[in-house]
Ligand binder design. Structure first.
Ligand code: C6P
Length: 419
């Protein structure tokens, strides 16, 4: 991997020979339905480089042991590797302290943790929680559950036709009743990058906390939780070239300390008697039970992979592919892009009027092209656009212009045949 950065820099500026990058991703080198795989479902999950796969397998082969419990050599080695990831995530998000990083299963668990622990303690009847129209179900349902339990109200920020939040409407929703604004940084269905810094500033003025759903943002944008001044930030490892089943929640120290534990069990305690339990310090207070040690270790390697290339180089390459794809697809009869925000990442969502997205997805798959079709876990958003779902092509560092051309050729052929 030593010359990887140089090679990629060369390719992002030159347009492109991504052989070196692609060589790092074994899954890409296969045929699907008799055709070379074109993987354009990166917003659902990215593929994993050899370094990540090796880090996970080296843990199992070389030093598999439970952490924080044993004093034997393997346990100490595993604990050290696990805690190294916490420091790497701290730097990745620019958090002030490693203790502000809690390992979770992913974004969904991070949001549920906040809704369940912070929400149960601080939200009361009559309070209001604000989310936006473009939220993933993971950032809707936990708040609905909390509102139902507490008698609080969920308020929804409307969006315009391009898929951008209407800021003035957001400002109107804010009041002293607002307890938390929980909003997606980058929409998975539209690609919209929300103006989160301004959203946070306004929320703080009325004393509300802000949680950012960073599931899509974390692989494309530099994240700086201190400069953003968000109160919580959740992301998933599997969307940033890391393993599935692991992610992290950032929370400001004073908030995490004021919150009750999310789950009870081993590791989150200081002392247990049958009468009473005292809880551990943060972050361990929120990490009950044996965690996903191997995948936490793999997450560190994934972040190193991103750091080595640089997010600005990753997003420059991805944006170039998205623009190219749009140019090739825009003249397809019935092509309608969904999500045309001025500020967006490399997610190209669209419908072809008169054709069902599932049919198109299946026919693309028959040509070895993987895209996601459906509502992308944003059913209310699809309702706003008056559709059931979209076809979504999402790009990553290892995708090529030739792959975009395969997508375009495939779609042109399908539409010609079906219309
Ligand atoms: N979006 C997609 O194809 P988990 O499943 O916990 O790792 O992430 C949930 C999640 C939360 N917020 C946003 C903005 C997301 O995009 C996702 C996951 C995938 O778009 C799977 S539905």
């Amino acid at each position: 991997m030593s010359n990887l950065k140089e090679d990629i820099l060369e390719t992002t500026t030159k347009t492109l020979d991504l052989k070196k990058v692609r060589a790092e991703f074994p899954v890409l080198h296969q045929e699907v339905n008799g055709k070379p795989l074109v993987y354009l479902d990166n917003a659902a999950t990215t593929q994993k480089p050899n370094s990540v796969i090796n880090a996970v397998s080296e843990y199992y082969k070389g030093y598999n042991a439970n952490i924080h419990r044993g004093i034997h050599t393997l346990a100490e080695k595993a604990t050290a590797a696990f805690e190294e990831t916490r420091k790497t995530v701290k730097a990745f998000l620019n958090a002030a302290e490693a203790e502000e990083i809690i390992f979770t299963k992913g974004t969904t668990e991070g949001i549920n943790l906040v809704a369940s622990s912070w929400g149960r303690k601080f939200v009361e009847a009559g309070d209001e929680i604000i989310i936006s129209s473009m939220e993933h179900h993971s950032n809707i349902v936990p708040w609905q559950m909390l509102c139902e339990e507490k008698g609080a109200t969920l308020k929804i920020i409307p969006i315009n036709e391009a898929g951008e939040i209407i800021f003035e409407e957001y400002e109107k929703l804010l009041s002293e009743k607002t307890k938390i604004v929980s909003i997606v940084y980058v929409s998975n269905s539209l690609g919209t990058i929300n103006p989160v810094k301004e959203i946070i500033e306004r929320a703080h003025k009325v004393g509300a906390k802000v949680l950012l759903d960073g599931a899509q943002a974390s692989s494309h944008l530099e994240i700086d939780v201190q400069s953003l001044d968000c109160d919580f930030f959740a992301f998933s490892g599997h969307k940033i070239y890391g393993p599935t089943g692991v992610g992290a929640l950032y929370g400001k120290r004073e908030l995490l300390e004021a919150m009750p534990p999310y789950q009870g069990g081993g590791e989150m305690i200081k002392e247990v008697t049958f009468e009473k339990t005292t809880y551990n310090e943060i972050p361990y207070k929120f990490e009950a039970g044996t965690p996903n040690i191997a995948d936490v270790i793999g997450l560190k390697t994934a972040i190193e992979f991103i750091n080595e290339i640089g997010k600005e180089n990753i997003s420059a390459h991805e944006n170039e592919l998205m623009t190219y794809a749009y140019e090739l697809l825009k003249d397809i009869p019935g092509f309608r892009p969904i999500g045309t925000a001025k500020n967006k990442i490399s997610v190209l969502s669209f419908v072809i009027e008169g054709l069902h997205h599932f049919d198109i997805g299946m026919m693309l798959d028959a040509q070895g092209i993987a895209v996601r079709t459906g509502h992308h876990c944003t059913q209310p958003l699809m309702g706003i656009f008056g559709i059931e779902g979209t076809i979504r092509a999402s790009f990553s560092i290892y995708n090529t212009k030739e792959e975009v051309e395969r997508l375009s050729d495939g779609l042109h052929r399908i539409v010609k045949m079906m219309k």
